[in-house]
Structure formats: C-alpha cells, structure tokens
Ligand binder design. Structure first.
Ligand SMILES: [Zn+2]
Ligand SMILES: [Zn+2]
Length: 357
C-alpha cells in the first residue's frame, strides 16, 4: 500500500513539475494558483475516471448490452460532453474562478473545514472516526442531490434545462455528463453551498464528487446488470437509474416519476419514489420539442435549451410545479392538458395547446 502511495505522489509531483506548472506559467496564471500539485492530482484522477469508462464500462456495454443498437452514433455527443466537462470546463471553473475567489475572500484552505453548522463541531467524536465522518458528509451530499433532482423534474423552468440530460435515447456510459451548463452551474451552487454550511474542506469535496461520478457513469451504461435484491437497496445500479430515464408510458403516466437518487436509493425509499421490479423501458423524452435535442450538436443543444428555459422563466406556467411539455413557442404546458397517446405518436411540436389554456 505504501509503495502504491509513493508511486502516486511521484507521478503527481512529476506531472505538476513538468506539465502543470509550465502550462500555468505559459498562460500567466502562476500567481492565481498556488498549488500545481492539486491540479496535477485532479487531472490524474480524471484520467483514471475516463480510462475506467472507456476501458471497463464501454467494453461491458458490448459484451452485455441491455439494448441492442445497430450503431452508436447517438452516443458520441455524450462522450464529447464528458471530455469537455472533465478536462476543460470543470478544472477551468474550479481552479481558474472558484479557487482564486476563495483565496481573495481569505478562505478555501484545506484546513478550513469549519462551517456555519459544522458536523465536527456538533459531534466532536466524529473527528476521531474519519470513515464515519466521511460517510456522514457523503450521505448529506447525496441527499441534497436528491432534493435538487426532484426540483429539476418538478419546476418547469428547471425541467427545461434538465430535460436535455433525459433526451438521450441511447443511454450509455458517457451520458452522465450530458447536461446543460446552466443546469450544472445551479446544481454546483446548491451542493457547494451545503458543503460550506456543514464545513467540508475543498479536498474532501473534490473526493466526494469523484467517487460519486464513477458510480453515476456506471449507472448510465447500457449494461444488463443489477446489484441484486439486497445491494440494489443500498447502492444505485444501472437498472435502477435506467428506470428513471424511461420514456413516459401513456397508459401509466406517473410511472417515470421515480428513482431520483444518485448514489443511495434510501432517499427514494424514504420519500416513496423508489421503483423496483419493473422491466427496462426505452429511454428518452416523449415531448417532441425535447426530443429534437437529438438532431443537434452541442452548441445547438445548449442554445435550443436556452430558448425553452427563457420562455419558461417568463411565464407563470414555468413556475407552477408539475409535469410539462413545451409548445412551438418553447413555453411549458402541463401534460394534464393533452392526450399522452397523441403526444407519443406526434412528431411535430405541440400546436393549439397553448390556445386552449
Ligand atoms: Zn432526472
Ligand atoms: Zn441520468
């Protein structure tokens, strides 16, 4: 174990000295970032994450596919989303924007684990039980994600953004990062606010994110796999999350309102949103306006989603909780107002529905 640790730090030091520090100097950012080792460690962990997706989850999709696809063309855009986010946007925002602001405000150090409500402050013995402390942080973090995820589906303007994640009909090992960037930003603000309140240090927070990410990559994979009747109540598996992505069933319109948990299904079980034992259904969104995301590239998707987001926040219906579809003017319409069978069959945006409200 010590040899492995030593090897890890050797690689991190080598990367930070030979790659990260010169790269920062080249873009005149040395002053802003005082620890190139932290960045080297981030890139190394991310490279491992991407390697696990590409060389473990992806071959598993070929060996044990849940859905048989003639080709995987629709999955390529999700791979691009993942690479852009993990190697570009995330480090740029974390180390180029958030870290410098944190330092300017005088915080952000790794010893700075005191929050408004610090778990360690409230329960000092947790300080001597790092594994329990870590699990407690993780549970809180996962619960916040659960609440945010319920809102992403419930509030029409937030669904306007989150529906991009759901429009994928070939759900695959890269799909976890297929998100609208504004949706990502809102999610990060909610979760990091909580982490500041309960007092998680930045390093702990980064580790929390990475562990959860890998499980979520696995859970989006097109793999015929489940953890079994006991473990699948403790951890989310691919079958479980796939049910969350199911396309609406017009005969059972509330069925897809399930399985919001990211890591621990306990939140779904406690709040009555867990669904087990249902055979897998095709994934995607029945609303033709959302489904049209699949005809666009990344820039087209980001802009197209902004249209329905913008139209939603400017009308009352955009703030009224409930399931919606979007009309030809990108405005949300409650799904209770129309026939889901007709919606499933229609290939064109909703028409006339707006007038009937
Ligand atoms: Zn969702
Ligand atoms: Zn998902």
């Amino acid at each position: 174990m010590h040899a492995l640790e030593a090897l890890w730090f050797t690689v991190v030091n080598w990367l930070s000295f030979h790659l990260v520090a010169p790269a920062l100097a080249a873009v005149h950012l040395t002053r802003l970032i005082d620890n190139p080792q932290e960045i080297a460690q981030y890139f190394l962990l991310t490279a491992i994450q991407v390697a696990v997706i590409a060389f473990v989850f992806r071959p598993m999709e070929s060996l044990w596919p849940l859905e048989e696809w003639a080709e995987r063309k629709g999955t390529r855009i999700d791979r691009a989303y993942t690479l852009i986010k993990l190697f570009g946007l995330l480090p740029l925002v974390s180390y180029g924007v958030i870290a410098p602001i944190g330092h300017l405000l005088g915080g952000g150090g790794d010893d700075d684990a005191s929050g408004i409500f610090s778990l360690q402050g409230a329960f000092p013995w947790l300080g001597h039980h790092p594994v329990v402390l870590f699990l407690a942080y993780y549970a809180i973090y996962d619960f916040v994600y659960y609440v945010v995820h319920r809102l992403q589906h419930r509030i029409p303007w937030w669904w306007a953004l989150h529906s991009l994640h759901h429009s994928q009909k070939q759900l695959n090992c890269w799909s976890n990062d297929r998100d609208h960037y504004l949706d990502d930003l809102l999610e990060v603000i909610c979760v990091s606010t909580v982490s500041v309140v309960i007092g998680v240090s930045p390093t702990e927070f980064a580790l929390l994110v990475l562990i959860g990410e890998l499980l979520q990559n696995f859970d989006h994979s097109n793999i015929r796999f489940r953890f079994g009747p006991v473990l699948d109540k403790i951890l989310v598996d691919p079958k479980y999350h796939r049910l969350h992505h199911m396309i609406v069933d017009p005969d059972r319109p509330g069925l897809h309102d399930c399985n919001y948990s990211f890591v621990f299904p306990i939140w779904d079980i406690l709040f009555g949103t867990a669904l087990y034992g249902e055979p897998a259904r095709p994934t995607g969104v029945g609303d033709p306006m959302v489904d049209a995301d699949n005809t666009r590239g990344i820039v087209g998707q980001q802009l197209g989603v902004m249209k329905r987001f913008w139209a939603s926040i400017r009308c009352k219906a955009g703030w009224r909780p409930g399931d919606v579809a979007f009309d030809e003017n990108h405005r949300p319409v409650s799904v209770e107002e129309f026939d889901l069978h007709a919606l499933e069959a229609s290939q064109t945006p909703l028409s006339a529905v707006r007038d009937s409200r």
